[in-house]
Design a protein. Structure first.
Length: 191
């Protein structure tokens, strides 16, 4: 769902940017609009899905929106650069998080987590979108940082790109069967 929402959010935002470029010429206007549009689409989809509504909670801490996934992890939508670093997010709190230091959540977020029965720090995964110079989507990555470096990274675009193994996944009659060519021994010679 996150992959589709980021994809749609970026496409919708680019259309709006192209229709009224003057409105978004200020330094961070495009980034704020993009992130707001993506979060709005994500929230709207959560409301429509009863199963996910029970599993995902939206929380805010120091102006940053997080989504708690079934009490196991947090996700956050952010723009990234090609090296999987978050763009335009250089607060002391973020630097602490990148360096593996303790992260200080707002009292309201701590109270909400406590009400959910969560009394420990949860890992934060960022769903980052990478844009080219024209503002078109290049990649969507799921990234986790540890000790100031990328500890886990996966391209959601690559996962969902059609390939030999996921084309026609609903039709199992055309599956390619892989058969080992290696034999445990030569049946004719007995070796």
């Amino acid at each position: 769902m996150a992959y589709n929402i980021v994809n749609d959010g970026v496409k919708n935002s680019v259309k709006i940017f192209n229709n009224d470029p003057g409105q978004f010429e200020y330094r961070s206007a495009k980034a704020v609009w993009l992130n707001s549009n993506i979060k709005k689409l994500f929230n709207n989809n959560l409301v429509l899905d009863n199963f996910l509504t029970k599993k995902i909670n939206r929380l805010k801490s120091h102006g940053v929106d997080y989504y708690v996934l079934d009490g196991k992890a947090l996700i956050c939508f952010k723009k990234m650069d090609n090296k999987s670093k978050i763009s335009g997010f250089y607060s002391k709190r973020f630097k602490d998080m990148m360096n593996g230091n303790a992260i200080h959540y707002s009292n309201n977020m701590l109270q909400n987590l406590s009400e959910m029965g969560i009394n420990k720090a949860l890992p934060i995964y960022y769903i980052g979108y990478i844009l080219d110079k024209t503002g078109n989507l290049v990649d969507i990555r799921l990234v986790h940082y540890n000790d100031g470096i990328v500890a886990y990274e996966v391209s959601l675009v690559e996962i969902f790109r059609p390939n030999l193994f996921n084309i026609n996944t609903n039709d199992t009659t055309d599956e390619i069967k892989v058969v080992s060519k290696k034999r445990k021994g030569n049946q004719q010679t007995g070796s």
